[in-house]
Design a protein around this ligand. Structure first.
Ligand SMILES: NC(=O)c1ccc[n+]([C@@H]2O[C@H](COP(=O)([O-])OP(=O)(O)OC[C@H]3O[C@@H](n4cnc5c(N)ncnc54)[C@H](OP(=O)(O)O)[C@@H]3O)[C@@H](O)[C@H]2O)c1
Length: 267
């Protein structure tokens, strides 16, 4: 079985490559815009191209059975059809839940007629790095909606589930709502980062406008969109699912474990 990982240096794609190498995947091809810069592991066949530019995909799918499809909604339908016509048998897609900008990828890829596994992660734990600069420079976090809670997931867990689904066709036809193991507020997340750093990092509630201005340093124009999402979680928390543990047979990574592993990003 030969697997193609697209967006192979992406936040998720790069970790999917690592998981597949660790699992001893028998045939592995990685698609990247710049093979020289990608520095992918030994033994991985590296080809040049980008799913966002279907015209760059000539020959990329030849000999491939299963594709990990990085999320590019505008071209998902076209790319899936190209892959099917080249002999691909199955897709594992990174998408998002209903209402997100990535959700339409699912119907677009299913239009190819091929079996799919859809991975719908919620917020990534890695998004906590939006607080890194504040923590480094002021030792505290200014924010809004302190009671808003969701269940962020580690990128490593998304990649591990993707690798399982790529290697085992019994996941075909399934859609996984992927979350971390617990619902957390931003004050709780900031507290855990402080614990990992070995100091107290307070979360200070400020008016929405002030929180947005501070967040814009890290998120630019997306700060307002992000805070709108937090507002929706007030009184309506995202609850954790068991999908990661069900697929992997081990508990999902906790935020405390993530913070310990990524603490240097906050120093
Ligand atoms: N709930 C969520 O938060 C959620 C859910 C689903 C998806 N997402 C989105 O999915 C992303 C994570 O998926 P990912 O790891 O595949 O994405 P990513 O980290 O944004 O990486 C995408 C990869 O595609 C390739 N690429 C080539 N040309 C590009 C271009 N012009 N623009 C963008 N990418 C280009 C690059 O890899 P090469 O250099 O190797 O070609 C790049 O690293 C997140 O950043 C998020 O935006 C988020």
């Amino acid at each position: 079985m030969t697997i193609l990982v697209t967006g192979a240096t992406g936040n998720v794609g790069r970790l999917v490559v690592d998981e597949l190498v660790r699992a001893g995947a028998p045939g592995l091809r990685a698609l990247t815009v710049d093979p020289a810069r990608a520095a992918l592991p030994e033994g991985v066949e590296v080809v040049k191209g980008y799913v966002g530019r279907p015209q760059s995909l000539d020959g990329v799918f030849d000999g491939i059975d299963t594709v990990y499809l990085a999320p590019v909604p505008a071209v998902a339908r076209e790319v899936a059809a190209l892959a099917r016509d080249a002999g691909v048998q199955r897709f594992v897609t990174l998408t998002g839940g209903p209402g997100t900008e990535w959700h339409g990828i699912e119907a677009d890829v299913e239009a190819s007629g091929l079996p799919c596994t859809h991975l719908e992660p919620g917020e990534f734990m890695a998004n906590a790095t939006i607080f890194a600069e504040q923590i480094r420079t002021t030792g505290r976090v200014l924010g809004a909606y302190p009671t808003a809670a969701n269940a962020p997931i580690a990128l490593e867990d998304i990649a591990a589930v993707a690798a399982r689904a790529l290697l085992d066709d019994s996941h075909a036809g399934r859609t996984y709502d992927l979350t971390g193991p617990e619902s957390l507020t931003h004050p709780q997340i900031v507290h855990e980062i402080g614990r990992a750093l070995g100091c107290d990092v307070p979360f200070v509630e400020v008016p929405r406008e002030e929180a947005e201005a501070v967040l814009a340093d890290a998120m630019g124009e997306y700060a307002g969109w992000y805070l709108d999402g937090r507002a929706e979680l007030v009184g309506n928390p995202q609850l954790p699912t068991t999908a990661v543990a069900d697929v992997l047979g081990r508990p999902a990574t906790t935020f405390a474990q993530w913070a310990d592993a990524h603490v240097d990003e906050f120093r």
